[in-house]
Design a protein around this ligand. Structure first.
Ligand code: G
Ligand code: G
Ligand code: MN
Ligand code: NA
Length: 253
């Protein structure tokens, strides 16, 4: 497998990299966080979509190495931003894997945060409803400790997993991210309209922040603002960018 050799040789030729998509705080207009998104350009220079190679990696033990790469990269980038002094953005990292992998990932995250001497509140973790089934009791304890230190914990692609809602009581979640599948039909589609309103209400009654993903138009944004959604993510506000391009962004004061 090509990805296997990339990881084995330590990503020497930089085929893998992270991009960062700034998120917009709807009420304040500030940009206080972003999401790290993995990108792969193979030796032929072809970009392989993440939703192709990540599910494949999840079927093998490659996903562990891939996640470790993402954690290391995101922490290194955050250290650079902190030293530059003019960027203060939480980085949200997507994590996936199984029970055994998760505890290793959290350990690596904490090692990195200590190594770079970073405040843990400069990070968030995104878990999908699918991966939540792989979170053990011990991992829940680890997540609770991280949460106490300021790490945000988001449920990604909310509403698309085959999942009961009981994890909302069991896990120290801070944030719901509404999947873009529900945003795309706003404001006209009756089902999307009803579902998005209901998810915002659910999130707020549980004291959670609500993020809308895949916001592409002004009309979608205006709907989200009207119904008090907290944060918007999508091409309407910003595309994902390489970490060194973020420094040129005109971030809100
Ligand atoms: O950015 P893009 O639309 O290509 O992402 C496609 C899918 O890949 C999304 O579901 C996203 O959550 C996932 N993804 C992107 N980056 C990462 C990553 O670093 N780790 C994991 N586990 N998933 C990621
Ligand atoms: O599954 P997850 O939410 O982690 O991944 C988010 C994915 O959505 C990324 O692959 C990112 O590139 C993509 N994305 C970000 N903004 C938009 C958008 O406005 N429209 C669409 N279609 N995709 C987006
Ligand atoms: Mn995500
Ligand atoms: Na998502």
């Amino acid at each position: 497998h090509a990805l296997h050799s990339v990881l084995k040789n330590g990503n020497k030729d930089n085929q893998l990299c992270l991009q960062y998509q700034p998120l917009l705080n709807i009420k304040s207009g500030d940009t206080t966080e972003c999401e790290a998104l993995l990108r792969w350009k193979n030796h032929k220079g072809e970009s392989i979509p993440a939703d192709e190679f990540i599910p494949l990696a999840e079927k093998t033990n490659l996903i562990e190495k891939l996640n470790l790469f993402v954690i290391d990269e995101a922490c290194k980038q955050q250290s650079i931003w902190q030293q530059s002094k003019n960027i203060n953005m939480r980085i949200n990292i997507n994590l996936s894997g199984n029970k055994i992998i998760f505890s290793k990932l959290l350990k690596r995250f904490i090692e990195n945060v200590n190594h770079y001497n970073l405040n843990p509140n400069l990070f968030g973790i995104e878990l999908t409803e699918r991966t939540i089934h792989e979170v053990s009791k011990d991992t829940i304890k680890d997540l609770e400790q991280m949460r106490e230190k300021g790490v945000k914990i988001s449920i990604d692609d909310f509403g698309t997993g085959y999942s009961s809602l009981s994890y909302l009581k069991k896990l120290p979640i801070t944030t719901l991210k509404i999947d873009k599948e529900f945003i795309v039909g706003l404001p006209d589609d009756k089902a999307d309209h009803a579902l998005v309103k209901a998810i915002i209400t659910l999130g707020h009654s549980l004291n959670l922040d609500v993020v809308a993903e895949g916001v592409e138009t002004y009309e979608q944004f205006a709907f989200l603002k009207k119904y008090s959604c907290d944060i918007a993510q999508g091409f309407y506000y910003h595309r994902p960018l390489p970490g060194n391009k973020i420094s040129y962004l005109q971030l809100a004061a």
